[in-house]
Design a protein around this ligand. Structure first.
Ligand code: HEM
Length: 374
């Protein structure tokens, strides 16, 4: 029996490979921003809670000032993969979204509240007021948005549970239960936040807006966080991979005759492990050597971006192989490419990236004030 709603009779307007490529690139960038938000915010909270020194206060404030900007990237880089995911996986994703409808819709007000709290957190830090509890509330809310997303992205892979959920209530008020992959997957994202947050500090330590002493503090702290939490991230990744169904593990390890691509997506997992190990080593060099060098920061940033790309490729493989094992083949769609529209999209896409690059260059050239300045 086919567990999915009927396929939309309107054909796809672009080849599946192009939609998947754009999906993976934009989602990986969303994940970079998400990890910066989750990890950077937690580090800023911990520094403002426990950090007694002036360096700790300056570092917390430096992170907080940037978090509201990071949040814009989290949101804007979340929209494109949502659109691509709906085009490619709509029959599964729409169904799971409806089943948890109340929680899914609740993401929007939760995001608005999180954003407002981030501004409050920064403002209170600037004014020298107690701020950790505001930051912590924002972090808990952001973590719950992450939980909702993990819930939906795993429920869409379990069509066998949909009917019972819908029979229990059509109001979208029940959360799914009994999925062993959900919590490891969510915790993996949370753990990744601290690794990326640590690398972010190593990068910031190379900025000229910190004094030499502050740089040493920021590099030392960030490096140690990256090194320690990188190992936790690695363990969480291995855990999340190990709880996948056997058919998924075998499909990614040995490939599937009809879909040779999945073997390569599985191999991205090894690349991810190598990059996490490289990031841990970079963190250890910066952290224990208290080295605030520009090249270390850039190397860490590059490792973080590549790590998220390979993670997203592997995760894509997990989804496709899981769905295939339940009769949903994402490649099996009627495509009638509208090259005019695809061309226009690509021109606007590249133009958009150019505008972002220009924005970043304007910020980079702007007159700098020292982070420690009131
Ligand atoms: C506080 C804000 C946010 C956080 C912490 C967050 C976190 C996450 C996490 C943890 C995942 C991975 C879930 C998993 O697969 O286990 C995810 C996926 C995703 N997020 Fe976000 N997110 C945020 C905001 C947004 C927004 C505003 C959008 C869209 C407008 C968005 C779109 C997506 C999409 C589309 C995916 C999954 C795409 C796919 O699997 O194809 N996110 N996000």
């Amino acid at each position: 029996m086919n567990l999915y709603p009927a396929v939309d009779p309107i054909p796809l307007p672009a080849p599946v490979w192009l939609l998947k490529l754009l999906h993976i690139v934009t989602l990986a960038l969303h994940f970079v921003a998400v990890e910066m938000l989750l990890g950077g915010l937690l580090l800023a909270i911990l520094l403002s809670m426990f950090g007694k020194s002036a360096h700790a206060r300056v570092t917390a404030r430096a992170l907080a000032r940037r978090l509201t900007v990071v949040m814009t990237y989290v949101i804007n880089l979340g929209v494109p993969p949502l659109l691509f995911a709906q085009v490619l996986y709509g029959r599964a994703l729409y169904t799971s979204s409806v089943l948890i409808g109340v929680y899914w819709i609740a993401i929007v007000p939760t995001l608005i509240l999180t954003y407002w709290l981030l501004y409050k957190f920064t403002a209170r830090l600037e004014q020298g007021k107690s701020a950790w509890w505001v930051g912590l509330t924002a972090w808990v809310l952001a973590g719950s948005v992450a939980r909702m997303l993990s819930t939906n992205m795993t429920l869409m892979l379990r069509p066998e549970t949909w009917r019972a959920m819908y029979s229990a209530s059509a109001m979208g008020v029940y959360l799914p239960t009994g999925d062993p992959t959900l919590t490891p997957r969510w915790l993996l994202m949370l753990a990744g936040g601290l690794l990326v947050g640590g690398l972010w500090l190593v990068y910031l330590a190379g900025r000229s807006t910190f004094t030499a002493e502050e740089k040493q503090f920021v590099a030392g702290l960030g490096g140690k966080v990256a090194a320690g939490c990188g190992l936790v991230y690695l363990a969480a990744g291995l855990w999340a991979a190990s709880v996948q169904p056997q058919a998924v593990k075998t499909g990614l390890m040995h490939g599937i005759a009809s879909h040779p691509l999945y073997r390569y997506e599985g191999m991205a997992g090894y690349g991810w492990v190598a990059l996490v190990v490289a990031a841990v080593l970079l963190g250890a060099i910066a952290g224990f050597g208290k080295i605030a060098a520009g090249w270390l920061g850039w190397a860490g940033a590059l490792a973080a971006v590549l790590m998220e790309i390979l993670f997203t490729v592997y995760r894509d493989g997990v989804r496709d192989v899981t769905l295939l094992s339940k009769g949903y083949d994402v490649w099996d769609r009627v495509v009638v490419t509208n090259w005019g529209v695809v061309g226009l999209f690509l021109v606007l896409f590249v133009g958009g990236l150019g505008v972002i690059g220009w924005l970043v260059s304007v910020v980079a050239r702007a007159q700098k004030t020292m982070e420690g300045a009131a």
